[in-house]
Design a protein. Structure first.
Length: 641
C-alpha cells in the first residue's frame, strides 16, 4: 500500500480522498492557491503546499508546481481527483517520468479516450455502438454546417476535448448553427485550449446512462453497474442516481458488457466511466443505447455507486495504484437498494442560476444524509472555481424512500447569505416526472417554470413572520402563543405553518419580502395554514425563512413607501466578478428586448446579459478581455419612445 499521497485538487473531492487515505494509514499532502489558504482540505491534510495565485491557470492547472510540491514533500503518489489535470495525459506522463506513482489510467488510455472523435473511432473498431455523427478533420464552418444538415437537425456540437458539459451546444435548425458553433469553439478554447468539434445527432428523448468500470494492472476489468444522470441543466448534471429507473436485467447486462468491452479496448487501469446516450422514446432498450464518451477519472457522482455496492472507490484506486488486484470479482458485486445524489451549488435559480459568491456566514446541511463538502461555516465561496457547496447523498431500500429522504435534506439547507439551488432540487425531487422515472435530459428545461413555482411565500406564511418582526420591534404579541417564537436573533424556529393562535390579530405591518413591498396581517394564520413546514432563522434584525429549500429574507419596512433598491432603469450590471469575452453591441446602437449585449465568463461558465427592453445603447463600459467586478455597470439602455 502507498505510504504518502499528494492530492492535486481542492474542495470536496480533496476532502473525500483525504478521508479514505487517512483510514488506510496514508500520509496526505494538500496543495492550495491564495484563495484556498484557509480551505477545509488544507486543514484536513497532514501537510499542505502553496502553489500560486487564485486563478486555477496559475495554480491548480500548473503541472510543474504540482510535481515540485510532491518532490518537496516526498509524496509517493499523486491523485488528481476530477477536473483540473485529472484527464491530462501529458501531466500524467510527467508525473510518471518524475518517478511518482500516478493514481489513474495509463497516459495512453487517457489520450485514446480524451478526444471524442478518436474515442468514437476506436469504439467502432471494438464493436461498441456509437451515435451517428461527423468526426472529420475538416473543421471549416461550411463543412461542419453541411455535415450537420446531412446528420439531420437537431444536432449537438461538441468540443472533442470537452467534458463536464463545457463546449456543447444543441442546434435545432440551420439558422442557428453558425452562432452556436462560434460560441462552442470559444468556450472550448477557453476551457481546453482546443477548438476542434464534432457533430452528433441529437436524440429527442435522451437518457444519460453511464457505467462505472474499473481495471487493474493484472488484466482484470469489472463494472460496478450503471448510474442515471439524465437530470441536467445546460449539460451539467443536477441529480444522479443508481441504479437507473426502468432498467431491466437484459438491458443492464448489455450496456455493462459494452462498457467493459470499451475499457478493455484501451487497456484501462483504475476508475473510469463509460457514458451512453439512450433513446428512451420506447423505454430503455439495448438496441437504442449508444456510446458517447469515456471519462478517464473518478466521477463527481461516484458516491451513488459506492452506496449501492458497499465499495469505497477511492480505496480501489489507491489499491490498484499500489499494484494490487481489484478488491472484488464481477460475481462478488451486486446492487443493494437505491442511491440518489443532489449537487448543491452556490447559485440562484431565481436569477437564471447565476453563481453566488461570498462568505458562508450561516451554513446548515442535514446530518441525516451523506454530505460530501469542502466548505464549512465561515468559508468563502470565491469566483475562481466551480460553485459547488456540497453533494447530498442518500441510500434507501427503494427509489421512493431515497427521493423522500433527499428532499427532506434539501428542504433544510441554509447557506446564507450565499444563495443556493436547494429549493430547486427539492421541487425536482417531488416532481411527477422524476417520481415516475419518466425524464430525459431535457426534462428540467421543459419544466423550468413549474419547478420554480415553489419559490413563493403565501400570505399565511408571512403573517407569523410579521408577528415576529413586530415583536422584535417592541410591539405587543398578545395575539400569538409566545411558545411559538423566540426573539433572539440566530435562533432556529420550527413550525412556521400551523401556529396556535389565541385570538385574531388586529394589526397589519409593511414588510419587504425578497425585495418586494407587502402588507401583512400580524400573526393570523388561516385554518389549514397553507401547508408545508418551514424553518426560520434570525439574521440580525431580519428573519430568514427557509421554505421547501428556498430562502426568503423578510425585513420590516420603515414606511409604506419603502421599496427595494435597484439599479437605475436600463442599467446592465455585472451579476458577479468575471471576464468579458464578447461585446455584441456598440454605443448608440438600437437594440431589441432580449438581444444579447455582453457575454461574461465567470465560474467556468458563460453568462449572456441581454437588453431588458427595446431601446438605444447610451453607455458602454465593457471591453472584450476586461475583468469586471460584481455590480459594475457594463452598459445602459435608454428605453425607446
Amino acid at each position: 500500500m502507498l505510504t504518502s499521497l499528494l492530492i492535486a485538487n481542492r474542495g470536496e473531492i480533496a476532502c473525500r480522498i483525504i478521508r479514505t487515505a487517512r483510514r488506510l494509514g496514508i500520509r496526505t499532502i494538500a496543495v492550495y492557491s491564495d484563495a484556498d489558504a484557509q480551505a477545509l482540505h488544507v486543514r484536513q491534510a497532514d501537510e499542505a503546499v502553496h502553489i500560486g495565485p487564485s486563478p486555477a491557470r496559475e495554480s491548480y492547472l500548473v503541472g510543474e508546481k504540482i510535481i515540485a510540491a510532491a518532490k518537496q514533500t516526498g509524496a509517493e503518489a499523486i491523485h488528481p481527483g476530477y477536473g483540473f489535470l485529472s484527464e491530462n495525459a501529458d501531466f500524467a506522463q510527467a508525473v510518471i517520468d518524475a518517478g511518482i506513482i500516478w493514481v489513474g489510467p495509463h497516459p495512453a488510455s487517457i489520450r485514446a479516450m480524451g478526444l471524442k472523435d478518436a474515442a468514437k473511432e476506436r469504439m467502432i473498431a471494438a464493436g461498441v455502438p456509437v451515435t451517428p455523427g461527423y468526426l472529420g478533420e475538416d473543421q471549416s464552418p461550411e463543412r461542419l454546417a453541411a455535415e450537420a444538415a446531412k446528420v439531420g437537425y437537431p444536432v449537438l456540437i461538441k468540443a472533442v476535448a470537452g467534458g463536464g458539459g463545457k463546449g456543447m451546444r444543441r442546434v435545432d435548425d440551420p439558422a442557428g448553427f453558425a452562432d452556436a458553433l462560434l460560441s462552442c469553439q470559444r468556450e472550448a478554447a477557453s476551457s481546453f485550449g482546443n477548438t476542434q468539434v464534432l457533430i452528433e445527432k441529437y436524440i429527442l428523448s435522451p437518457r444519460h446512462i453511464e457505467v462505472q468500470v474499473f481495471g487493474d494492472t493484472h488484466g482484470n476489468v469489472v463494472h460496478l453497474f450503471e448510474r442515471d444522470c439524465s437530470l441536467q441543466r445546460r449539460h451539467q448534471k443536477v441529480i444522479e442516481e443508481a441504479p437507473a429507473p426502468g432498467m431491466d436485467e437484459a438491458t443492464r447486462e448489455a450496456i455493462c458488457a459494452a462498457a467493459v468491452k470499451a475499457a478493455k479496448a484501451v487497456d484501462y487501469v483504475g476508475a473510469g466511466t463509460i457514458e451512453f446516450i439512450a433513446d428512451a422514446s420506447e423505454g430503455l432498450r439495448a438496441d437504442r443505447i449508444w456510446f458517447m464518451e469515456m471519462n478517464t477519472r473518478l466521477q463527481v457522482e461516484h458516491p451513488v455507486t459506492e452506496e449501492i455496492t458497499g465499495q469505497d472507490l477511492v480505496e480501489w484506486q489507491l489499491r490498484v495504484a499500489s499494484g494490487e488486484a481489484l478488491p472484488k470479482r464481477q460475481d462478488e458485486l451486486a446492487i443493494n437498494g437505491w442511491a440518489i445524489e443532489a449537487r448543491l451549488y452556490a447559485e440562484d435559480p431565481r436569477t437564471g442560476f447565476l453563481p453566488s459568491t461570498g462568505t458562508l456566514s450561516d451554513l446548515h446541511l442535514s446530518q441525516l444524509v451523506r454530505v460530501e463538502s469542502g466548505v464549512e461555516k465561515g468559508a468563502v465561496i470565491s469566483p475562481y472555481y466551480d460553485p459547488m457547496i456540497a453533494k447530498l447523498v442518500v441510500h434507501a431500500p427503494d427509489r421512493g424512500g431515497a427521493a423522500d429522504k433527499l428532499a427532506r435534506a434539501c428542504d433544510s439547507v441554509v447557506t446564507w447569505p450565499v444563495r443556493n439551488n436547494a429549493g430547486f432540487l427539492s421541487a425536482l425531487l417531488h416532481a411527477e416526472g422524476f417520481r415516475s422515472g419518466d425524464m430525459t435530459t431535457g426534462y428540467i428545461d421543459a419544466n423550468m417554470e413549474r419547478l420554480l413555482e415553489t419559490n413563493r411565500l403565501t400570505d399565511a406564511q408571512l403573517q407569523p413572520v410579521a408577528g415576529q418582526l413586530f415583536h422584535q420591534a417592541g410591539g405587543s404579541l398578545a395575539a400569538l402563543n409566545p411558545e411559538d417564537f423566540s426573539s433572539k436573533p440566530g435562533d432556529i424556529w420550527h413550525g412556521l405553518i400551523g401556529f396556535r393562535v389565541n385570538r385574531e390579530a388586529r394589526r397589519t405591518m409593511w414588510l419587504i419580502a425578497d425585495g418586494d413591498l407587502k402588507e401583512s396581517a400580524i400573526g393570523t394564520v388561516p385554518t389549514g395554514g397553507g401547508g408545508g413546514h418551514s424553518l426560520l432563522r434570525g439574521i440580525d434584525d431580519d428573519i430568514l425563512v427557509i421554505d421547501r429549500g428556498w430562502p426568503h429574507l423578510i425585513q420590516q419596512a420603515r414606511s409604506s413607501g419603502t421599496t427595494a433598491g435597484a439599479a437605475s432603469d436600463g442599467a446592465i450590471l455585472s451579476p458577479m466578478p468575471g471576464r468579458i469575452i464578447a461585446v455584441e453591441v456598440s454605443a448608440g446602437e438600437a437594440v431589441s428586448k432580449g438581444q444579447k449585449l455582453v457575454t461574461l465568463e465567470a465560474m467556468k461558465m458563460e453568462h449572456s446579459l441581454i437588453a431588458p427592453f427595446d431601446g438605444t445603447v447610451t453607455e458602454l463600459n465593457a471591453e472584450t478581455g476586461g475583468q469586471v467586478s460584481e455590480g459594475a455597470v457594463l452598459a445602459r439602455i435608454e428605453r425607446a419612445e
